[in-house]
Design a protein around this ligand. Structure first.
Ligand code: ADP
Ligand code: 3PG
Ligand code: MG
Length: 393
């Protein structure tokens, strides 16, 4: 078990380098459109502030190539100031003498948010000199940036090696919930996969076959599976290389005696129809494009979900951004919310879909991770967590 911030003693006056994932969605005028990742981080920040630590917060935002004012963390600093009035300062420079000065003048229980760490290419390169410079700002390293624990960057890995360290509440919570769901699932366990790329999700899909009883597959992903079964899919979105992978998954599921449920009907439109007029069909003809699961499939999926005691969902079941093709995703979201099963949802688009369907409050765990949630489901090693010291018992 990894050392958590609860295991840190005498925090009064200590400089804590806290890596968070404040990669928040923003519109083109820098307005934060979803603050979930920041709100979920507040318990860790409060814990440190209340114990008199000097909290130096570091995060990335987007994937900049050098400085880019559109990816400044300043809007996040403004939001933090509302939660911690009079306690927050912003370090426009991220590192260097000015920041060292700012750190030196911090009072106990105050917060300094560093500008976007990814303005420096040394961050993603995990440059040792850069990591050393970051480490020189603090006495202790705390990692709570769940969204990037699969990245071996200077602020997620390099600096952790140089300081006494621990994980924060958000990582602890995410990892405990997702690992428990995989290792000791409540049965029956139904997994729902959708979205675009099979290749991104294959690891998670294969790993989940062991604990899961039933896997429901929708979205564009389903077309690779249908194609692998020789079912015609018209001009629906499919990655050709995924068809082989899908065939492997189907074979493995059969060997293991696990049930995979695929769509039996679709909401489709015709190729070349500019208005993408939607209609329901059981069979996809050559010029048809499937963009959502159909009503029979919805009922089939609902049937399985109603029997579940645990549900994990990743990936929308159709092109939910378009109102014509969102019914499948929204109906399944509502069904998951209504069941008494323990429900976990991960994936940027899946979360956004659940929020649009207004049922996020009834989901037991909404993961703040993006790609990392899939990594965790896959059972992959996570460098940002591996590098943290074990708890001394
Ligand atoms: P998440 O972010 O939840 O992991 P993904 O990024 O894998 O989900 O997938 C979301 C995307 O998949 C959405 O943009 C959605 O429009 C698309 N999608 C789902 N089903 C289809 C489909 N049948 N045809 C085309 N795109 C689809
Ligand atoms: C995310 O949004 O998934 C995390 O912040 C990770 O971002 P990255 O994929 O750019 O490392
Ligand atoms: Mg996505």
């Amino acid at each position: 078990m990894k050392r958590s911030i609860r295991d840190l003693v005498n925090l009064e006056g200590k400089r804590v380098f806290l890596r968070t994932d404040f990669n928040l969605p923003m519109n083109n005028v820098g307005k934060i459109t979803d603050a979930t990742r920041l709100v979920n981080e507040l318990p860790t920040i409060r814990y440190l502030v209340e114990r008199g630590a000097k909290v130096i917060i570091c995060s990335h935002l987007g994937r900049p190539n050098g400085f880019d004012f559109r990816l400044s963390l300043w809007p996040v600093a403004l939001m933090l100031m509302k939660y911690f009035p009079g306690k927050v300062q912003f370090a426009h420079k991220t590192i260097g003498p000015e920041v060292q000065q700012q750190v030196a003048s911090m009072s106990n229980g105050s917060i300094l948010l560093l500008e976007n760490i990814r303005f420096f290419k040394e961050e993603t390169a995990n440059d040792p000199k850069f990591a050393k410079e970051l480490a020189s700002l603090a006495d202790i390293y705390v990692d709570d940036a769940f969204g990037v624990v699969h990245r071996k960057h200077a602020s997620t890995y390099g600096v952790a090696r140089l300081l006494p360290n621990a994980i924060g509440f958000l990582i602890e919570n995410e990892v405990t919930i997702i690992e428990n769901a995989i290792k000791t699932p409540k049965k029956p366990f139904v997994a729902v996969f959708g979205g675009g790329k099979v290749s991104d999700k294959i690891g998670a899909l294969l790993n989940i076959l062991s604990p899961a009883d039933v896997v429901l597959i929708g979205g564009a992903m389903a077309y690779a599976f249908l194609m692998a079964q020789g079912v015609s899919i018209g001009k629906s979105l499919v990655e050709v290389e995924s068809v082989k992978i899908a065939a492997q998954v189907l074979e493995k599921a059969q060997q293991m005696g696990k049930k995979i449920v695929l769509p039996v009907d679709h909401v489709a439109y015709r190729d070349g129809d500019k208005n993408e007029r939607a209609f329901v069909t059981d069979d996809l003809e050559d010029d048809m494009i499937g963009a959502d699961i159909g009503p029979k499939t919805i009922r089939l999926f609902e049937n399985e979900l109603e029997k579940a005691n645990q549900i994990i969902w990743n990936g929308p079941l159709g092109k939910y951004e378009d109102p014509k093709f969102q019914k499948g995703t929204f109906k399944i979201a509502k069904c998951i919310a209504k069941t008494s099963a323990y429900s976990i949802i991960g994936g940027g688009d899946s979360i956004s879909a659940v929020k649009q369907a207004k049922c996020e409050k009834l989901i037991n765990h909404i993961s703040t991770g993006g790609g990392v949630t899939l990594k965790l489901l896959e059972g992959a090693s996570l460098p940002g967590i591996d590098i943290i010291q074990e708890k001394v018992i």
